[in-house]
Every structure is written in C-alpha cells, then in structure tokens.
Write a new protein. Structure first.
Length: 123
C-alpha cells in the first residue's frame, strides 16, 4: 500500500515538470512552490500516468493551473527538484505517459521530461 502511494506521488511529481512555464525570472525570486503544492494540482492525472489512454479533463485543468501557478523561475526550479527526487522510482512506461501529458493537455514546454533534467537550467 505504501509502495503504491509512493509511486502515485512519483508519477504526479514527474508530470509537474511538464507544466513549468518559461518566463523571465524576477530578481532573486524565492520559491513559494512546494512538493505538496505541485501534487495538489495533479491527483486526477494518476490513472492516466499508470495506464495511459485518454487524459481526464480534470487532469488537464490541473496541468493548466499548475502551469499558471509556477510563475517564477524559483517556483519552476523547486518543482523540478521535487520531480527529480520522485522520478527515481518511476517506470519507463510512466515516464512515457508523463512526457506526453503536456501536449495532450495543450501545454507547451521547452525541455524534455526526464529524470536527468538539470533543474538549474529551468527558467
């Protein structure tokens, strides 16, 4: 049971990486986004991340909302760090579904979804 919860959290965190908006950073921005905040946008995405198929509309709503909420470089980098931590236990199939999620929800991001993403380069 705990292992399933860890995988659900890992999937949700990985998806959040896809949602980070790109924009100019404010001077010395401090991250307000936490891993808990990132996860709070994505619980309805978990079935898609496990099984693929059609992305539920509430999941895409969460994807769009998270994209809008991660509006500073610090927030985007913090969300990335949460995802990297969680991504270590995600299956290759889960990574494939996560990388497809932004385009399926109409969100464009300028970097790949990967556990090896350098979060310091996320702007």
């Amino acid at each position: 049971m705990a292992n399933t919860t860890i995988h659900n959290v890992a999937f949700a965190l990985l998806v959040a990486l896809t949602l980070l908006a790109v924009g100019p950073p404010p001077p010395r921005a401090e991250a307000a986004m936490t891993c808990g905040t990132v996860l709070s946008y994505l619980p309805t995405c978990i079935p898609y991340l496990r099984l693929g198929g059609t992305v539920p509309l509430p999941c895409c709503t969460g994807v769009h909302d998270l994209n809008a909420a991660a509006n500073t470089t610090a927030d985007r980098q913090q969300a990335c760090a949460c995802l990297k931590q969680a991504a270590s236990g995600v299956s290759p199939q889960g990574l494939k579904y996560a990388s497809a999620l932004p385009s399926k929800c109409g969100v464009k991001i300028p970097y790949p979804i990967s556990p090896s993403t350098d979060c310091t380069k996320v702007k």
